[in-house]
Ligand binder design. Sequence first.
Ligand code: FMN
Length: 198
Amino acid sequence: MKKLAETEVQIAPLIAERWSPRVFDPEFIMDENIVKSILEAARWAPSCFGDQPWKFVIFHKKDALQWVKALNCLSIGNQNWAMDTSLLIAVCANKNFKHNNNENKWSHYDTGAASENICLQSTYLGLAAHQMGGFDSDKIRNLANIPVEFDVMSFIAIGKPLAKNLMTNEQVEAEGTARKRLKLNEIYFENKWDNLKG
Ligand SMILES: Cc1cc2nc3c(=O)[nH]c(=O)nc-3n(C[C@H](O)[C@H](O)[C@H](O)COP(=O)(O)O)c2cc1C
């Protein structure tokens, strides 16, 4: 199901196409080339000092035992739909720079950029990625042995969105809700804070 952004001015089609569905094809299993392509996109995100502070722990649905353990780290509400995706990614950010071990104040920022690359590459491949903050941080840290110097920022669930004609009426209704954004002139100022554009 497509849910194009209604933009005030034209933007790159890929950005307009990306959205966060909650209804996926439960039969779809991602092949290795697609997984690699999605991670390659993350790899090419920019980062402060070129530090690349991100690290991803991936869980394939085809590896059912580990997949279910990862799924169980999500909130119940997220489990309900993420169970039909094919890949779960725990997104981690190194709190310190590699070159001097000082605090990296941009690590979360950079890891967010890498995550958006994952989302856009998934869209490009005809799939959809849905990011989640609703998960148990301690659970995934223990499950995946994530070191303390890394913050677990999010999970990303990636799968094949279910075709609209295969959805129930309730699913069509839920997925059809309007995508909301602030107005363009509400997200930036010119020259000084509070100098609203528009
Ligand atoms: C950091 C982050 C955490 C999110 N957490 C959740 C979540 O736990 N569950 C969920 O269903 N969606 C979650 N979302 C998805 C947002 O609700 C969604 O991106 C937002 O409503 C905008 O919709 P769009 O992505 O379709 O444009 C999260 C998104 C981000 C970026």
